[in-house]
Ligand binder design. Structure first.
Ligand code: FES
Length: 150
């Protein structure tokens, strides 16, 4: 165990963790940021997606100790005073069903739209295809990403 300083949602946090503790568990267990979900733990489902320096990353697959120089953003830090355009689109189209994967979906969509603000439907499908939804809300997800891009 060692002490690490992390910047999460704009705040400095000090955590005592093992070198190989995945960021996901630091967020959930040490910092009580439980909006980030555990799905598979092996980088395959996207439920644990957060932003590291603005880029979508699977928090189950990266040691928090490697991120001391990075800005980490979780779903809790995505917007402060009002919902982000992606969150507004999600709300307007009533995207979630069970909701479990949705934080990861929104984090992936937000990062994607920063890189490609004017995507076509195939771009959206390609960007989102690695985020699995057990309720198969893919159609609404794709429409919400397109709506957020407008
Ligand atoms: Fe990280 Fe599935 S829990 S990708």
């Amino acid at each position: 165990m060692a002490s690490y300083n992390l910047k999460v949602n704009g705040k400095e946090k000090t955590v005592n963790i093992d070198d190989d503790t995945p960021l996901l568990w630091v967020l959930r267990d040490e910092l009580d940021l439980v909006g980030t979900k555990y799905g598979c733990g092996i980088g395959q489902c996207g439920a644990c997606t957060v932003h590291v320096d603005g880029v979508a990353m699977r928090s189950c697959s990266v040691p928090a100790s490697s991120l001391t120089d990075s800005e980490i953003t979780t779903i809790e830090g995505l917007s402060t005073e009002k919902l982000s355009p992606v969150q507004e689109a999600w709300k307007e189209l009533d995207v979630p069903q069970c909701g479990y994967c949705q934080a990861g979906q929104i984090m992936t969509a937000t990062s994607f739209l920063k890189q490609n603000p004017n995507p076509d439907n195939q771009d959206i499908r390609n960007a989102m295809h690695g985020n699995i939804c057990r309720c198969a809300s893919y159609n609404r997800i794709e429409k919400a990403v397109a709506l957020a891009a407008k």
